[in-house]
Design a protein. Structure first.
Length: 138
């Protein structure tokens, strides 16, 4: 093998490695805080429970979306409310996205956790909100 062929093979290998690093960097370090609502809805449609909600409450809105850090997960697991949302999540930064959905009447909601690495919805919880108004008659 000539020196020229060895150099061409070396250059080719360097380009392949650089391409691999570029592709993997995009996957590993994607800024999930910029995920679109359409991407979120597409992912929610892969889970039966969240799909049922989307079909029943077509007027839903995404109220909140939060990329979870390790600290968010630990704090949620030790918190007073909705501990179940955070149970069994791996302690990884920027892997999970917590979504809060609410219908227009603000009486039925959904909390979901999206696993952005696996592209699945491991957690879905429905919310029913009651309005307690007291009418005073004189």
């Amino acid at each position: 093998m000539s020196l020229k062929q060895k150099i061409l093979i070396l250059v080719f290998v360097i380009f392949v490695i650089a391409g691999f690093i570029f592709v993997m960097k995009g996957r590993l370090f994607k800024d999930y805080s910029k995920i679109t609502d359409e991407e979120i809805i597409t992912l929610l449609m892969t889970n039966k429970d969240s799909l049922d909600y989307l079909e029943k409450y077509k007027d839903f809105q995404i109220e909140k979306k939060e990329v979870l850090s390790k600290d968010d997960i630990v704090n949620g697991q030790n918190g007073e409310n909705f501990k179940e949302v955070y149970q069994d999540l791996s302690l990884e930064n920027n892997r999970y996205l917590k979504i809060d959905l609410m219908n227009k009447a603000s009486n039925n909601g959904l909390i979901a956790v999206l696993d952005l690495r696996k592209k699945e919805v491991p957690k879905v919880f429905g919310l029913i909100l009651f309005n307690s108004e007291i009418e005073v008659k004189e």
